[in-house]
Design a protein around this ligand. Structure first.
Ligand SMILES: [Fe+2]
Ligand SMILES: [Fe+2]
Length: 196
């Protein structure tokens, strides 16, 4: 069992159980389990306290809990500031809002879930690890050698790894000529500014 200070949804997610309101098929469940496992591996390697290790695993599991809900439905439930997000990005803020309404008041976990795709300048250790884990989990079949090399640098070099992942994502969007969210640019400016 993990710590008694954790919200029951967080404690259950740390043990691999998604809330009953999740909308995720079997492939998605596989993805979130792998992300959760990676987060747990990193948290253990960092020798975080048991509750923090549970929070890291839970965040990995919960981040895509609403990934397969209809965007029109998600849009009804996200706070006004997220109303202009494109369909594919609504699930993060929507899951965070649902968790908040369920009584989860762990701001760091909520922030990590809300901004796992868009990024945000205020993401700290947990949020940055979440951002990296979503991209680096081994079940994705994409740029496998590069991603394996980045996994090999985790969790010790989380900031450098996030800089590489975020930089690649930004370049991809620029190459395609697509809009880049201001939160994403601000996230980049923070991580780039930390470079020594
Ligand atoms: Fe996601
Ligand atoms: Fe994901």
């Amino acid at each position: 069992m993990t710590g008694t200070g954790l919200h029951p949804i967080v404690a259950a997610a740390a043990e691999g159980d998604l809330p009953e309101w999740s909308v995720a098929g079997s492939e998605r469940r596989g993805h979130v389990r792998r992300v959760s496992a990676l987060m747990g591996e990193w948290a253990a390697a960092l020798a975080l306290c048991p509750d923090d290790q549970a929070r890291w695993r839970a965040t990995g599991l919960l981040h895509d809990a609403l990934r397969e809900e209809e965007p029109d439905t998600l849009r009804l439930h996200v706070p006004p500031v997220f109303q202009d997000l494109p369909d594919s990005l609504l699930h993060g803020p929507a899951a965070a809002e649902r968790l908040r309404l369920e009584g989860v008041d762990d701001g760091e976990v909520l922030q990590a879930v809300a901004f796992h795709t868009v990024g945000h300048p205020s993401l700290g250790h947990l949020g940055r690890a979440m951002y990296a884990a979503d991209f680096l989990e081994p079940g994705r079949d994409l740029l496998n050698e590069w991603r394996a090399s980045l996994r090999g640098r985790m969790p010790g070099q989380v900031d450098g790894v996030v800089r590489e992942v975020l930089g690649a994502r930004l370049r991809h969007r620029v190459d395609r000529g697509t809009v880049i969210r201001p939160e994403t640019v601000a996230f980049w400016n923070v991580v780039a500014g930390e470079r020594r």
